[in-house]
Design a protein around this ligand. Structure first.
Ligand code: AGP
Length: 604
C-alpha cells in the first residue's frame, strides 16, 4: 500500500523523488522519507512521520544527489513514526532500502539470521536490508548475491529499491506481488510503483514481473531472474496524459473526479459501442462468457458495491445467474461453484490483494476470468484471462467516485453484449446507448447543483455523528456506497440499509435529528419506500430524500432525471458523493487523504 520511487543519473534527484512522492501519496501518507547520494561520497537520509509536506520542511539545499530513493508509507507493522518510516539503513551503514509489501515470515527470519543485529524499527521491512548487509559481510557476497539470497528467503509481497553506498553507480530493485515499473528517460532511469510518479519524464516503461531483480544505471536496465538468467524485456510505451493526474484549479481531487463522471460515461460509450450503438468487444471474450452458467463478481469496497448494482444487468439482460462476492471472504471461503463458472473482477487499482488471492486460486483451476480495471497494466489485468479498461483516467482521491460509475456503466455494456450473444430479447431491445447518454446528461445536471448540496451537507451532517442511508433494490446498493463515502471521508458513522430491514432492529437507533437519506427511484418499491421514510420521521429522524423525477414530491431534496430503473444508481450516487465531499470539507478534513486509509490496498 506504500508508494516507492527511485532514480539514477539525474542531478535533480531530490526534486524527482519529492514530486514522485507527491504523485504516490494516494498509496499511503502516514510518513515519508528519501535517501540521496551524490556518487562523490556525500549522502543524505531524511524520514519523518506525517504527510509529505512535513518531510519537505527538513529538506535542505545541500541534499542533492545523482541516485536516490523515496517512500510514502501506509503502516502495516509498527505505528507511523520517524523510526518506522523508510528508507531503512543497514546496521553497517552501507545499504539504504525502501519496501512496499508485507513480509509474512519476518519474525522467523529476524530470529534466525539477525541475532545480535540492532534493529531500529518495529517494521517487517527493516529485516530485508539488515539481512542483505549481514550476508554481504559474513558470507563475503556481492551486493547482488546478498540481495538474491535474501529474496529467496522472503515469504510475502515486496517491491524493493536499494542503494549500496559503496557502489552508488547502481540502483537495485526487486519485485514480488506488488507493482514495480522501470522508466527509461533521456539519460537517466526511474523506478516506481506507479507510472504517475514518472510520466513527466518518460512514457517508456519496463514492467517487472514477480521474482525478478533489476540492476539499473543511468542508461542501462538489466533484468534477471533469481538464478541470474538475464531476461530480455522490450520496453512498452504507455500513453497517459501527464496532466490527467493534476488537480488543476480544484481544491481536491475528489471534486474534480466527481465532475469528470459524465465525460467518463461518454468515453465508455465511444470506446465500447460501435457505430450502430451496439456493444463491441473481443469476439472470444463474448463467446466464452456467453457460455457460462453462473457469473461470480469478485471485488472489495466501492468496487463490490458496483458489483451489487451490476448483478441485475447480468441476470435480467443476459439471463446469467450472478453472485457478488467480497474478495476478502472469497479468498478463504469460496462458495460451491457452478459447473461452468465465469469470474468478473472489478477493481479500480487492479492491485487489491484480496482480489488477487481469489484470482490466483481460480487461475490454478484454469477457470475463466475477466478483470475490469482502471489501470490497464495492473496485476489483476495481466493475470486474468481477459481484461477491460474502465477508461476513467487516473483516480487519485482515496474515495472512489468516477471509477464506481465507470464500473457500473461497463458492466451494463458487457451484460448487454452477453445478452445479445445469447439471443435474449430484453438485452436486444434495451436502448442502452440512449439510456447511458441520458445518464451522462443527468450527471451533468447533478454535478452542477454543488451549492445546493453543500447547503444540504451543512444542514444534515454538521452536528451529527450517525447517519443512515436507506433504499430498496438498486437503491439499497446505492445506500451502501453512499454510507461508505460518508464514513471514509467525514468520519461520521453511517450505515446503508435495505429500507424494509430497518424496522427489524436498527430503527431503535433513530432518535431526534438522526439524519436518514432515502433513495426513491424504483416505481415498484416507491410506495413501501415512502412508508419507510414516514416510519423514521415518526421517530424524529431528519430525512433527506433523493427521488427520480417521475416519483418525486415536494418533500424531496434532490431530484434525479428519469432513466431506466436498473441504471438509476449512476445518477443517485452523484448527490451522495457530493454530500460526503461537503460533509468532509465542513469538518475541515483532508478530503483526498482520509485517516488510516490508502487508495491501493495491496495487503490482505
Ligand atoms: C472506496 O472509496 C475505497 N477506495 C475502497 O473501498 C476501494 O473501492 C477498495 O479498496 C477496492 O479497491 P479497488 O477497486 O482498487 O480494488
Amino acid at each position: 500500500m506504500c508508494g516507492i520511487v527511485g532514480t539514477i543519473g539525474n542531478p535533480d534527484t531530490t526534486n524527482i523523488l519529492l514530486s514522485g512522492l507527491q504523485k504516490l501519496s494516494y498509496r499511503g501518507y502516514d510518513s515519508a522519507g528519501i535517501y540521496v547520494n551524490d556518487q562523490k561520497g556525500h549522502d543524505y537520509l531524511v524520514k519523518k512521520s506525517g504527510k509529505l509536506a512535513n518531510l519537505e520542511k527538513y529538506i535542505t539545499p545541500e541534499m542533492q544527489g545523482m541516485v536516490g530513493l523515496g517512500h510514502t508509507r501506509w503502516a502495516t507493522h509498527g505505528e507511523p513514526s520517524d523510526a518506522n518510516a523508510h528508507p531503512f539503513k543497514s546496521y553497517d551503514g552501507r545499504y539504504y532500502m525502501i519496501h512496499n509489501g508485507v513480509i509474512d515470515n519476518y519474525q522467523q527470519l529476524r530470529d534466525k539470521y539477525l541475532q545480535g543485529i540492532p534493529l531500529t524499527s518495529q517494521t517487517d521491512s527493516e529485516i530485508i536490508v539488515q539481512m542483505i548487509a549481514k550476508f554481504a559481510h559474513d558470507d563475503h557476497l556481492t551486493t547482488k548475491d546478498a540481495l538474491v539470497k535474501t529474496l529467496k528467503l522472503l515469504d510475502g509481497s515486496y517491491s524493493i529499491i536499494m542503494v549500496d553506498s559503496k557502489d552508488p553507480e547502481k540502483l537495485y530493485v526487486a519485485k514480488n506481488q506488488t507493482p514495480l515499473l522501470i522508466g527509461i528517460a533521456n539519460g537517466f532511469t526511474l523506478v516506481s510503483s506507479d507510472v504517475l510518479a514518472m510520466i513527466h519524464y518518460t512514457n517508456k516503461f519496463i514492467e517487472m514481473r514477480d521474482k525478478e531483480i533489476g540492476i539499473l544505471t543511468a542508461d542501462t536496465q538489466t533484468i534477471e531472474d533469481y538464478d541470474g538468467n538475464v531476461i530480455n524485456v522490450k520496453p512498452k510505451t504507455i500513453k497517459l496524459d501527464a496532466n490527467a493526474a493534476d488537480k488543476g484549479a480544484y481544491p481536491y481531487y475528489m471534486l474534480k473526479e466527481i465532475d469528470e463522471e459524465p465525460v467518463v460515461i461518454r468515453r465508455l460509450l465511444t470506446n465500447y459501442l460501435n457505430q450502430n450503438g451496439e456493444p463491441q468487444f473481443d469476439a472470444t471474450l463474448i463467446q466464452r462468457f456467453a457460455q457460462i452458467d453462473h457469473l461470480y463478481i469478485v471485488a472489495a469496497g466501492t468496487s463490490y458495491h458496483a458489483g451489487l448494482v451490476g448483478k441485475a444487468f447480468f441476470e435480467q439482460w443476459a439471463n446469467i445467474p450472478t453472485s457478488v462476492l467480497l474478495a476478502s471472504e472469497a479468498g478463504y471461503h469460496m462458495p460451491l461453484l457452478s459447473a461452468k463458472p465465469g469470474f468478473l473482477f472489478l477493481s479500480q487499482s487492479g492491485e487489491t490483494a484480496d482480489s488477487r488471492l481469489v484470482l490466483s486460486e481460480i487461475n490454478q483451476q484454469n477457470m475463466l476470468s475477466l478483470t475490469m480495471t482502471n489501470v490497464a497494466n495492473s496485476t489483476l489485468a495481466r493475470e486474468a484471462t481477459f481484461s477491460l479498461d474502465l477508461l476513467a483516467g487516473p483516480e487519485i482521491a482515496v474515495a472512489s467516485t468516477k471509477a464506481y460509475t465507470a464500473q457500473i456503466a461497463l458492466e451494463a455494456i458487457f451484460a448487454k453484449a452477453l445478452g445479445i450473444a445469447n439471443n435474449i430479447t430484453t438485452a436486444k431491445e434495451f436502448p442502452l446507448k440512449q439510456q447511458l447518454s441520458e445518464v451522462a446528461n443527468g450527471m451533468q445536471t447533478l454535478v452542477d447543483q454543488k451549492d445546493k448540496i453543500k447547503q444540504l451537507a451543512h444542514d444534515y451532517f454538521a452536528d451529527h455523528q450517525n447517519a443512515f442511508y436507506i433504499g430498496r433494490g438498486q437503491d439499497y446498493y446505492v445506500s451502501l456506497e453512499a454510507a461508505l463515502k460518508l464514513k471514509e471521508i467525514s468520519y461520521i458513522h453511517a450505515e446503508g440499509f435495505a429500507a424494509g430491514e430497518l424496522k427489524h432492529g436498527t430503527i431503535a437507533l433513530i432518535e431526534k435529528g438522526t439524519p436518514v437519506v432515502g433513495f426513491v427511484t424504483d416505481p415498484e418499491t416507491a410506495l413501501p419506500m415512502r412508508s419507510n421514510v414516514e416510519e423514521v420521521i415518526a421517530r424524529g429522524a431528519h430525512t433527506l430524500t433523493i427521488a427520480a423525477k417521475s416519483l418525486a414530491d415536494d418533500t424531496d431534496a434532490v431530484i434525479i432525471p428519469d432513466v431506466a430503473t436498473l441504471l438509476t444508481p449512476l445518477l443517485s450516487v452523484v448527490p451522495a458523493q457530493l454530500l460526503a465531499y461537503y460533509a468532509s470539507l465542513e469538518r475541515g478534513l483532508n478530503v483526498d487523504q482520509p485517516r488510516n486509509l490508502a487508495k491501493s490496498v495491496t495487503v490482505q
